[in-house]
Write a protein that binds this ligand. Structure first.
Ligand SMILES: [Zn+2]
Length: 422
């Protein structure tokens, strides 16, 4: 029995009681109205609906149980094999067919029809390595109060198990879209064997919901990343004879440019593009004028620019040689008018009592590698990720499942209508 049916039962029972009391209390309208109101409130109020719903409760407890088993299965990036095995078994036990490419797993809801648009639900399986400072064993799931502690409990285990719980419900109900669930690997290292490898085998996707800890707030833009290796080339010489061309001095005006230049287009959601010189190397010994000075620049893009556009502006402004390690990790964005965003904003307050508000996220996720529009939203808090004694609050998982179902059940959106900025 799912919770939609459960509500129908509550409503029917209390409505019947209402009519019954009307009849037997010689038409006592007050009492009858009272029962009728109870029927309406109990069957429609979202929080009441949650606490009254054994099906969602079972889903949540199974999700938490799965998360505990995942925590106990070390799954750092590029080493997710055992966790992928475990999760694949769980998906099969729940009656879905699993596809696997490296350590990426996906499943497609029955009734796939290429004429309909497709929604992808995605969260990542891998974790970073535990930082020093854990007071607990990061691989032993421990519940204290309403908190579940363990490595990857927040990033990204809670989103992973909550999205799959929602998938189980949504896949059993008729929807106007195709539904795909993907657990991706190597997210924390943006690895080649992660989401990019799975994407090549997925059916065409129109929009994605990426579960990452955002306190169940919809992130509708995400910063991109480009790392630059910059080299100023001079000519070596003896320091005592004022020979050569000092590469450090050549690099200085370029470093100053990176420090002070402001890209003109500023995003409402993500602010300006930020550039930071983070590593510098030059010189071998005190009496040799260095012929090379290399430095690294970390560039965090907003959705107003592609990485290629930023690169072109940079290379035309500095005299040093510039090489980008990759253009893969672009900024991502979804139109605020997309029905997926609208549905998210129509949910009631979060479990922390916050009203839903779209925002721009400074952290990178698999969204960077997705060519289609995507929204990021999941249980937990970004500030808890990659920290010692990482935890998720159990009510965060329970309400996330409920939110995801409410948000996605009956959703309609157009096929490939909203394109990502070229
Ligand atoms: Zn994450």
């Amino acid at each position: 029995m799912d919770y939609g049916q459960r509500n129908v039962y509550i409503f029917t029972f209390l409505s019947f009681f209402s009519a019954f009391s009307l009849f037997f209390s010689t038409f006592n309208f007050q009492l009858s109205t009272f029962y009728y109101l109870c029927a309406v409130i109990l069957s429609s109020h979202p929080t009441m609906r949650f606490s009254m719903t054994p099906a969602t409760y079972d889903l949540a407890s199974e999700a938490v149980d799965l998360l505990k088993r995942l925590i106990a299965t070390p799954r750092t990036s590029r080493d997710e094999g055992a966790a992928a095995d475990l999760f694949a078994r769980f998906i099969e036990e729940k009656g879905f067919q699993v596809h696997r490419e490296a350590n990426n797993l996906w499943t497609i809801a029955d009734g796939y029809d290429s004429a309909r648009p497709t929604l992808l639900l995605n969260a990542h399986l891998d974790t970073v390595r535990p930082v020093s400072g854990w007071m607990r064993d990061p691989f032993v799931p421990v519940v204290e109060g309403d908190r579940l502690y363990g490595l990857g409990a927040n990033d990204d285990g809670a989103s992973l198990v909550s999205l799959f719980a929602a998938f189980r419900v949504l896949a059993r109900r008729p929807q106007a879209y195709n539904l795909v669930f993907l657990a991706s690997a190597e997210e924390e290292v943006s690895g080649r064997d992660g989401v990019a490898r799975a994407m090549a085998q997925l059916p065409p996707i129109d929009v994605a919901l990426v579960g990452e800890p955002t306190g169940m707030q919809p992130a509708i833009a995400e910063k991109g990343l480009m790392v630059l290796d910059v080299t100023a080339k001079g000519r070596a010489g003896h320091a005592a004879r004022d020979e050569g061309v000092n590469a450090i001095y050549l690099a200085l005006p370029d470093i100053e440019w990176f420090r002070t230049f402001r890209f003109p287009k500023v995003s409402d959601l993500l602010g300006p593009v930020r550039m930071s010189v983070t590593v510098i190397n030059a010189g071998t010994q005190h009496n040799v004028v260095p012929d090379r000075c290399t430095f690294t620049v970390d560039v965090r893009s907003n959705e107003c620019y592609t990485n290629q556009e930023l690169f072109d502006i940079i290379t035309s402004s500095v005299s040093s040689e510039v090489a980008a390690r990759s253009f893969r990790l672009g900024s991502s964005h979804i139109d605020i008018s997309h029905p997926l965003v609208a549905r998210a904003l129509s949910l009631g307050p979060t479990v922390d009592g916050q009203p839903r508000a779209p925002f721009g996220s400074p952290t990178l996720s698999d969204q960077a590698l997705m060519p289609w529009p995507s929204m990021k939203m999941g249980p937990g808090q970004s500030a808890r990720s990659h920290t010692a004694d990482e935890f998720i609050r159990l009510p965060e998982i329970q309400t996330a499942i409920d939110d995801y179902i409410q948000m996605l059940d009956g959703l309609t959106f157009s096929s490939r209508f909203y394109q990502k900025r070229a």
